[in-house]
Design a binder for this molecule. Structure first.
Ligand code: ZN
Length: 435
């Protein structure tokens, strides 16, 4: 295909403009006279929709309520026309000219998709644009071996199922056998005909649940997730532990301390503490090896672990960088609800029990987080290159406190809100008969 970039002109450019407008990366302009006088929908600020001229086809683009929630311009796709905007008329480039606005919009789109941000419409970006045009609900989705459905609607379906605890494998936007079986599980769970096809009834049920699940109500969240169907007991919960390094892979080395060894020690402490409290705990690799992230994820999946915790320290060229962070699976389009909650709980427990700086929790799409089917949290437990953090990490008291914090967070993940304990105060008792 011919690459399109700033300065190009033609009908292909106009099509890109329509697509980016539909996706909310370019503002919708006022319609021509005769259609003026529309009342702005609630929540629309006058003037918000001012921008470049649109070809007629864009003005009639479907204003789906399920339009992708683009962070770039959430209000633009619904054709909102404030009274103030109607008088504008806006100075405007021809719609088939690849101008600066289009360049910016394309770059914003590329960034939102994790593509190289070069402002050029090449094969990858074109494919992503094509996939992005499908909103969940636009078409019936089912498994087809010959022509698998690919697109944002499939990714949205997978993410919703994943967030509710169904096993979709990877949220890769491809409707494969795993996705089909997750749809069946969901349908069975909701009393629908388990035909594995995502049609109107299944969609309606997904949307109904989604409102509650993504609303952040922990009680609904708790109920909606398989993991939490276990009740409040930790007995038999399987926690997989991933010491970040091993073998020749030392991780960060600074001031006589070595990430590999510190995290191996922490993993051993944590294992003991988890076993003592009635949980199952497994190391997903031995001290002499350092598998790839996807291999680590595969092993945790094979264990059918309920949680995976990956243990790292950080390092920086700046001696001032310090603090603790926690990472969970997610991106701008959505995240693992339980993973996020678990990350927040662990982060808060660690910060409250130690004097480490709070560098907060962050969504990431790293392989370890993405390819695991259970909620997964990666902890970066301070900077070995910082004097304060290195002193903490070098002390057994600190590592014991972190083990205690992880255990408390694990318990809190299973507690209903009314039984939840204030941060830093929960002590999980050892089982009788164990040291
Ligand atoms: Zn590391």
């Amino acid at each position: 295909m011919k690459l399109l970039r700033l300065g190009d002109q033609g009908s292909a450019v106009a099509e890109v403009r329509v697509a980016l407008t539909y996706l909310g990366f370019l503002p919708v302009t006022p319609r021509q006279s005769g259609e003026q006088g529309n009342v702005a929908p609630p929540g629309t600020r006058p003037g918000e929709s001012m921008g470049t001229e649109l070809p007629p086809s864009a003005a009639t683009a479907p204003a789906s309520p399920a339009a992708p929630a683009s962070p770039a311009a959430p209000a633009a796709a619904d054709g909102a026309l404030g009274p103030a905007a109607a008088s504008g008329g806006a100075a405007v480039a021809p719609p088939d000219r690849f101008d600066r606005d289009l360049d910016n919009a394309l770059r914003a789109f590329q960034q939102s998709r994790g593509l190289s941000v070069d402002g050029i419409l090449g094969p990858d970006t074109a494919r992503a644009l094509e996939e992005a045009r499908h909103n969940l609900g636009d078409r019936l989705l089912y498994f087809s071996a010959a022509h698998p459905f690919v697109g944002d609607d499939v990714a949205a379906l997978q993410e919703r199922l994943f967030n509710m605890g169904f096993d979709v494998g990877r949220t890769d936007g491809i409707f494969g056998l795993r996705t089909e079986s997750a749809v069946r599980d969901f349908q069975r769970n909701r009393g629908l005909d388990p035909d594995g096809r995502c049609g109107p009834r299944t969609l309606r049920e997904l949307k109904r649940l989604r409102r509650t699940v993504t609303g952040g109500r922990p009680d609904v969240l708790r109920e909606s997730v398989r993991l939490l169907a276990r009740g409040t007991s930790l007995l038999g919960v399987v926690v997989a532990l991933d010491p970040g390094h091993g073998g020749d892979d030392l991780g960060i080395v600074s001031g006589g301390l070595c990430e590999r060894d510190l995290m191996a020690d922490l993993a051993a402490r944590l294992t003991t503490r988890l076993l003592d409290s009635g949980l199952e705990s497994h190391l997903i690799h031995g001290p002499d090896e350092s598998p790839s992230e996807s291999e680590r994820a595969a092993r945790a999946n094979e264990l059918e672990a309920d949680l995976l915790i990956s243990l790292h320290t950080d390092g920086s060229t700046s001696r001032h960088a310090r603090g603790v962070s926690a990472y969970y699976y997610g991106n701008a389009r959505g995240s693992s609800a339980v993973g996020e909650r678990f990350a927040q709980l662990v982060q808060r427990e660690i910060v409250s029990r130690t004097d480490m700086l709070d560098c907060r929790t962050h969504p990431k799409v790293w392989d370890l987080l993405r390819r695991t089917r259970m909620p997964t949290v990666r902890l970066d437990l301070g900077y070995l290159t910082n004097d304060h953090d290195a002193r903490a990490l070098g002390s057994t008291e600190f590592r014991a406190a972190v083990a205690e914090a992880v255990l408390a967070a694990t318990q809190r993940l299973f507690l209903p809100p009314e039984m939840d304990a204030p941060t830093g105060q929960l002590h999980v008792p050892r089982l009788a008969g164990r040291a």
